[in-house]
Design a protein around this ligand. Structure first.
Ligand code: QAP
Ligand code: CO
Length: 174
């Protein structure tokens, strides 16, 4: 499993570069990202979150967790409507907030072999793709919250990490 960077890690602000070579190494990264996403109970993961700054993301919004989707060099070519969804993020664990995004999008991307494809998405699939594409631009869903709320999120995560550390220290004594 790959290590997932957590907010406010500055590496999450890196802008990803296009993928140019579709080789074995890319295939291995895709498989490791899918495994990491499933292991962490996520529905989406961008390469940025595992400290690889290339335009690659994976999703699986299916109930059975058996419909992996891979998007290399994704571009949204059309978007319409609005929807509000309560989002979370593997890089912002335990935090959920409403975010307003486009309701229907058309995305062009390449598959793991480099073959181009186009899809029309709506609902959660469209939300998730927009959320993951934000990661590739160095953006997080908490950026849509007010600065005050974002500060609260930061404090809550810090507190959680301190508590986990404390619990580990206590456990090692008994
Ligand atoms: C993005 O997020 C997303 O806090 C993917 O404790 C989420 O997979 C797009 C997760 C919702 C649209 C709607 C978060 C798992 C997973 C947590 C995720 C957590 C465990 C988040
Ligand atoms: Co995320």
């Amino acid at each position: 499993m790959l290590e997932i960077l957590e907010f406010p890690d500055p590496r999450l602000r890196t802008v990803a570069k296009p993928v140019e070579v579709f080789d074995l190494e890319l295939g291995e990264l895709i498989d490791a990202m899918l495994e990491t996403m499933y292991e962490a109970n996520g529905i989406g993961l961008a390469a940025t979150q595992v400290n690889r700054h290339i335009r690659l993301l994976v999703l699986d919004i299916s109930e059975a967790r058996n419909e992996p989707k891979i998007y290399v060099n994704p571009q949204i070519t059309n978007s319409e409507g609005q929807q509000v969804y309560e989002e979370g993020c593997l890089s912002v664990p335990g935090i959920y907030a409403n975010v307003k995004r486009a309701d229907r999008i058309i995305v062009q991307a390449q598959d793991r072999e480099g073959k181009p494809f186009e899809e029309e998405l709506d609902g959660l699939h469209a939300v998730c793709l927009q959320h993951e594409m934000d990661h590739l631009a160095g953006k997080l869903f908490v950026d849509y919250l007010s600065p005050l709320k974002r500060q609260l999120v930061r404090k809550k995560l810090e507190k959680g990490r301190r508590q986990a550390e404390q619990e580990e220290a206590t456990a090692s004594l008994i």
